[in-house]
Design a protein around this ligand. Structure first.
Ligand code: IPD
Ligand code: CA
Ligand code: CA
Length: 265
């Protein structure tokens, strides 16, 4: 059951990726719509999303969908969670770091996840219980056991500035203990990189479900752990996420937890 669904997710992600690539040289002429403070969308986000939805609907007309640009489409207990372009701000600037993210959830459980980087032609895939792959090669989280030497990914809370003070404290703690922090601009790719062992850990405040659903399954299937800031699995609801190998997750949690405010629990 999972494999045919993964195949559809891959087909949809590749097809959307082609749309993004074809549009790269038109970026200077794109009309950018501001959906909110620091929250942008272009006609390309919508075009890529329509392509993904049409491929999914064609194969599974009865499934439901949660997509960033068009919201909820009602259907049965299978729900596809779609971010057609994760890293829109990068895309608009021609900064080469963005991806397509597609996940499938069934009765609250993530079954399939795909993150596709069209610029590098890197396809990250995961099936629940079936491991995580990069271009059909098995990937795993790192086996580092100390913060020293750790490269940590994050995202800035630019859409939720009320959490900036707490975030800066977390940032300080991680900066002082790790080898470095990277803010690359696509949470979906950051999580795929944790799964592939390119990053040792990742944390961010108030992500949306479509930013992280596929990436979280990748991390878990690559041997990693994901929790919210209360060490529980409420991240899909709160959007507060720490993801890493089990050991690095523990170390990250110790650094972050003292700065978690009541509003972030
Ligand atoms: C954004 C990216 C970014 C994260 C933001 C997301 P978008 O998604 O994932 O890394 O920091 O919180 O909104 O808007 O480019 O799809
Ligand atoms: Ca996103
Ligand atoms: Ca997006």
């Amino acid at each position: 059951m999972q494999q045919p669904m993964l195949n559809i997710a891959v087909r949809a992600a590749r097809s959307a990726g082609e749309i993004l690539l074809r549009s790269t040289d038109k970026v200077a002429h794109l009309e950018v719509e501001s959906k909110g403070k620091n929250d942008f969308a272009t006609e390309i986000d919508r075009l890529a999303e329509r392509e993904i939805i049409s491929i999914i609907k064609n194969a599974y007309p009865e499934h439901s969908i949660l997509a960033e640009e068009s919201g909820e489409h009602e259907g049965n207990e299978y729900q596809w969670i779609i971010d057609p372009l994760d890293g829109t701000t990068n895309f608009i600037h021609g900064f080469p770091q963005y991806a397509v993210s597609i996940a499938l959830k069934h009765k609250g459980r993530l079954e399939v996840g795909v993150v596709y980087d069209p610029l590098r032609d890197e396809l990250f895939t995961a099936k629940r219980g079936g491991g995580a792959m990069l271009n059909n090669r098995r990937i795993r989280v790192t086996n580092l056991t100390t913060m020293r030497g750790a490269l940590v990914g994050t995202g800035f809370p630019f859409k939720v500035p009320q959490h900036l003070d707490a975030y800066m404290e977390m940032f300080k703690a991680v900066t002082l203990d790790s080898a470095g922090i990277r803010r690359a601009g696509s949470a979906a790719l950051d999580l795929a990189y944790v799964a592939a062992g390119r990053l040792d850990a990742f944390w961010e405040i108030e992500l949306k479900e479509w930013d992280m659903a596929a990436g979280i399954l990748l991390v878990k299937e690559a041997g990693g752990v994901a929790t919210d800031f209360s060490f529980k699995d409420g991240y899909l609801e709160s959007g507060n996420l720490i993801a890493a190998s089990p050991r690095m997750h523990q170390l990250m949690y110790q650094l972050i937890e003292p700065h978690v405010t009541a509003a972030l629990k």
